[in-house]
Design a protein around this ligand. Sequence first.
Ligand SMILES: Cc1cc2nc3c(=O)[nH]c(=O)nc-3n(C[C@H](O)[C@H](O)[C@H](O)COP(=O)(O)OP(=O)(O)OC[C@H]3O[C@@H](n4cnc5c(N)ncnc54)[C@H](O)[C@@H]3O)c2cc1C
Length: 539
Amino acid sequence: MSKTYDYIIIGAGSSGCVLANRLSANSSMSVLLIESGPDHTSPLIAMPRGIGKLLNPGNPHVWSYQAARGEGMADEQWLKGKTIGGSSSVNGMVYVRGTPADYDSWEAQGCTGWGWADMGRQFVALEDHQLGKAKWRGVGGPLKVSIHPTKHALCDAVISAAGELGVARTDDTNHVDSVLHGGFGYQPQTTWKGQRFSAAKAFLEPVRNRPNLTVMTGTDVQRIEFDKRRASAVQVSNSQGKSRFEVRREVLLCAGAIESPKLLQLSGIGPAELLNSLGIEVLQDAPDVGRNLREHVYMAMQYRVTSGSFNHCFHGVGLLGAVAQYFLRKKGPMTHAAHEAGGFIKTRPELDLPDAQIGVSLYSMDGDGNKVEIDKQPGLTIGGYFLRPQSQGEVRIQSTDASVPPQINANYLSADIDRSSAIALFRWFRRLAEQPVLKPFIVGELTPGPRVESDEQILAAFRRFGQTAFHVSGTCRMGSDSASVLDPQLRVRGVEGLRVIDTSVMPCLVSGNTNAPAMAIAMRAAELITGKTSGITTR
Ligand SMILES: Cc1cc2nc3c(=O)[nH]c(=O)nc-3n(C[C@H](O)[C@H](O)[C@H](O)COP(=O)(O)OP(=O)(O)OC[C@H]3O[C@@H](n4cnc5c(N)ncnc54)[C@H](O)[C@@H]3O)c2cc1C
């Protein structure tokens, strides 16, 4: 016999954890949160640089997919978190929110109620920021945001070099002025006292003992069932076999921008031609389910440096020392986020808004930049992406078997504007590295290498080295047009009792990393579902 809940949340990632918190705050509502992956108890999750070990295909805490990058480009591996906390438990912990202009453009595109006026206050409500309260910065919220634990000569030199190119130094790279006009500084991060602070730590753990909240791990939702056109139950599979859970109010799909469109398609909501070709009964012909995939194309410029690198801390005896320092004192390089410093820059001064985000890492990888081994010699990586890609990819199921990964086509650089943005970004990197303040450090460019000069060579370098930034979004976009997958309340068009709430809802990608936006989207969604404004409870 199946059990019935008021709300069933599929996926305990960045968005799912927020929703579980908000919806179970009403003790008269029963909430079931279902997660495919294991609990988040691995010490490699808590240790920020544990990602070096976690982010490997086959690790039980990650989903791994083969993704086509686009014409003339080799495939690449995409990873997503598969554990309590989802991708926020395996990510780089870089804390970025995007710009007010991103959300205002969503509103202008018909997503009523998603402009900065409504989204800015979600960020303020979720933050407990070490820099203290400011107009658009919060304290006392559930999510700890820390500033960089130490200063560092090489980072300081890169920040000064950006200054020589006209980018103001800032204490808070998320400050509204920095994201609107450009700013460079030490990277705020979702860590606390030297450990990762995931969405699960912020939103789920403080309320996990609520009697009306049930959390299931190691359980795959395979399909959503409908009674006529209303979501009525979910079918699941786990080590105990197959079962189903019924829902009284709503199913909330928070499985992330690859698995959410996949589950809709498997459940009969998607492009009719695709569903028919696989023999799936079409409940709702929704051609845009899986389309509008947006991703940042991350380009890493690697340099050999004289000093200031952490490479020696990430292999051999140095690694043992760094790990010991972490376990004994929760200090040292194992406590750092993926980027030490970074910010938002204009690749050309005439631009109205910054068009690229830069991240500085004090290490280099061996070989062609795609290998996972740490370079044995001292290195520096200055990487980044253009912020608002227009190229659109797609996710399509290729089987009715829920365990088969979908086809993913990122379609990088297919839009003309993305190619010109890539070239402009590359030339900005080169100007940065040439600044006199970096002369005592930089010995030479390792990858893509000094022979890359012309526009054609730069694009070829992007096609070879450009890679996922792990920000896949947009595959169940919201909008007010009838072709959009979701209405601005995030309800799936054509059916009832079903919403999608994760990065797939973004009509276009935010200018930056996507963890904080995923949490803010869920906070806003909770307001729409409950009719109550944000005020996160932690008891
Ligand atoms: C390696 C990596 C590094 C990143 N670095 C950063 C960073 O430094 N800063 C930043 O802001 N962002 C970063 N991101 C991006 C950011 O973390 C994600 O965009 C964000 O966490 C996505 O949130 P979500 O709620 O959409 O999905 P997720 O957090 O991915 O959650 C989806 C959850 O649903 C579960 N699920 C999926 N299918 C099913 C199913 N059928 N049944 C049950 N459960 C299911 C998954 O296991 C997962 O737990 C990174 C991401 C990755 C992968």
